[in-house]
Design a protein around this ligand. Sequence first.
Ligand code: PGA
Length: 254
Amino acid sequence: MRKQIVVGNWKMNGSRVTNEILVSHVINDVNENVDVECVICVPFPFLGQVQTLVKNSELSLGAQNVSDQVKGAFTGEVSASMLTEFGCKFVILGHSERRMYNLENDVLIGQKARSAIANGLTPIICLGESLEEREAGDTKAIIKRQLHGALGEVGHESLERCIFAYEPIWAIGTGKTAKPEAAQEVHRFIREEITHIDNYAGQQVRIIYGGSVKSDNAFELFSNDDIDGGLVGGASLSGEDFKKIYLAAKQKNK
Ligand code: PGA
């Protein structure tokens, strides 16, 4: 059985004071329940602080972006080796907000994932369609393009080192969660696409759902066969809610 994973995406939120409160809310539960992985992806300037806060716990640290380059004259960029120096194990890539505001494309996202993997990080590659694309019946075509576009750079041999997040854009931060059956259908599709490339990887790779995951819908979503946890934005900023979502993933393992 694939290990469930719940990932908090703080986006551009937090402060030294609130980070400490938030982490202290979740850390003890995570310590007790090692059978579900729990990760928080924080803004770059807080990595050092949160690295110290999560030390000796089962709560893992991640970032929300990385450069595709190793080092040098790339003002404003952060390399994968810098992230590992701060204890990062994961990095979110290809989030729809970065695709939209920073014009990141599938190839660049794949190159970033390759750089992350080369440095021992696990990329969490986001895939998802807009409302117009869904209404036009293009969901699977979009997901397929995003998946294969990124994998073309990552290389099939590194497929197992990736996590994929299905994040329908229309569900992000809107309170409109995808219906569990609809999410499961896309997750199954992603898994089939991966299985066509590599049967073993298709069974092993974790595919998590993101888009208005809350404490009251998490279990229903996570209980689907091909949904291996969640990528949680807004609700990860509340210690209480994030903890409940984490516990919902744990319930699935029962
Ligand atoms: P949300 O964000 O949970 O606030 O919808 C999810 C995400 O953007 O990863």
